[in-house]
Design a protein around this ligand. Structure first.
Ligand code: ATP
Ligand code: MG
Length: 198
């Protein structure tokens, strides 16, 4: 790994429909820019359910993982998952969550962008905070701007609204960037603070 490739790591970020509808686009992008991340691609689009589903076509393990997060929260709050969702199987719960997620992401316009910078993937994930906003640390985007929980969202049979998506790892980032942008939509330029920061 060389210095240049570390500086040019890229992450795909989506500002989800709740972020756009609440007028939080500028505030959220401002945090990324301030931290030294560079916007190298950006667009606003209203995704169809098919487009949203394509973005979330993760492996079975990821679907099971979403189910497990739900089971954890139900256990933490002493709620009966069978009573609310009719199953306690992590994969079945994950599949349910996935269909709510597709409804959520296709419910309005989203801002898709590619952020580039030093260890961009981990940096962005740290800045957005834990998936479930009510458990996200203060100082993170999810912790500062919203407070939804997967207990209340499961009772309401909808996805947890958490403002932002960001790629989880290098493979996910490459796949997601190619899914939302063609190579000619990604630009390259120098920021004036680069020479001072590094
Ligand atoms: P993202 O992939 O959107 O950045 P994440 O990696 O933090 O979020 P994932 O486990 O990949 O979380 O879940 C994807 C999305 O599905 C979450 O951002 C959230 O909107 C929704 N979601 C996840 N788990 C649940 C759940 N248990 N109940 C309802 N919605 C959920
Ligand atoms: Mg994810």
């Amino acid at each position: 790994m060389d210095a240049k490739s570390i500086k040019q790591e890229r992450s795909l970020v989506l500002l989800k429909p709740d972020a756009v509808a609440r007028g939080l686009v500028g505030a959220i992008i401002g945090r990324f820019e301030r931290a030294g991340l560079k916007i190298v691609a950006m667009k606003i689009i209203h995704p169809t359910p098919e487009k949203a589903a394509g973005h979330y076509s993760g492996p079975d393990e990821w679907i099971r993982g979403m189910g497990k997060k739900t089971l954890d929260s139900f256990e933490q709050f002493g709620m009966d998952v069978n009573e609310v969702l009719g199953t306690e199987d992590p994969f079945e719960i994950g599949s349910m969550v996935l269909s709510w997620l597709v409804d959520y992401v296709s419910s309005g316009p989203v801002v898709a962008m590619v952020l580039e910078g030093v260890h961009a993937i981990t940096a962005v994930r740290r800045m957005i905070g834990f998936t479930i906003p009510s458990r996200a640390e203060p100082g993170t985007i999810r912790g500062d701007y919203t407070i939804d929980s997967n207990t209340i969202s499961s009772l309401e049979k909808r996805s947890t609204k958490n403002l932002v998506h960001a790629s989880g790892n290098v493979e996910e980032a490459a796949q997601e960037i190619a899914y939302w942008f063609s190579p000619d939509e990604i630009v390259s330029y120098k920021r004036t603070d680069e020479d001072v920061m590094f």
